[in-house]
Design a protein around this ligand. Sequence first.
Ligand code: NAP
Length: 243
Amino acid sequence: MKCALVTGSSRGIGKAVAIQLSKDLGLHILINYSSNTDAAKETLAEIESNGGTGELMQFNVQDAQAVQSIISKWQEENPDKYVEVLVNNAGITRDNLLPMISEEDWDAVLNISVKGMYNCTQAVLRKMLRNRSGRIINMASLSGLKGNPGQTNYAAAKGAMIAATKSLSQEIAKRKITVNAVAPGFITSDMTSDLDEEQLKHMVPAQRFGSAEEVAHLVSFLASDKAAYITGEVININGGIYA
Ligand code: NAP
């Protein structure tokens, strides 16, 4: 049974991606999250109400040992299942001007996005290589392409994800595994709930924030067979902001 592991799928973009991958591709969804079990259960309930299947898989993506041991144990207990699609979506912001960014906030932002991507990819890649099939989609950001004042830590994290996407895609293309990054602009979610949408939407040519579902449709396409010849790309989804 083909599965998709979607990190940070208890809420926001990850939740929409988990639901869409189940609907479009019939994948069994591994719903990863950090601490919000109730929200993760809501993601699962929505998948099941659409006729899909999934299960919760709690771990902190920063924690290499936890990621490795939980995924290995799951694999041992489920020999009939394998991760065909990995969406490295978990991410946080800790915005501030650089002189005010604490070491803790620098590390947290980098570690969740970049180390999390490394930890989760390493835990599933060997099997994809053996299967000669797989999809890896990394959730980057407009900030990682153009930079953004007050987001040096976040831009560094997302820029690193983009560079890693390009490198890894070239390493493993011959095994029929694609690696792409998606770079959203302003998307309505808990992450952007403190922003003044009424004011900021005027910076967007489309004059609105995007929805998590719109990002999910793009991820679902990249995860599908239709996208087999797209790899090493960074795809913007930002309502027309020039990146
Ligand atoms: P969100 O609504 O804040 O959701 C974040 C998700 O990540 C939650 O499911 C959370 O789990 C999980 N998470 C956080 N830290 C984690 C950790 N250490 N281990 C495992 N899971 C963790 O964020 P979002 O807006 O959906 O953003 C999703 C991704 O898109 C992020 O990578 C973000 O940088 C990127 N992005 C977002 C926007 C935007 O405008 N929203 C724009 C560009 C890029 P819990 O529920 O357990 O806390």
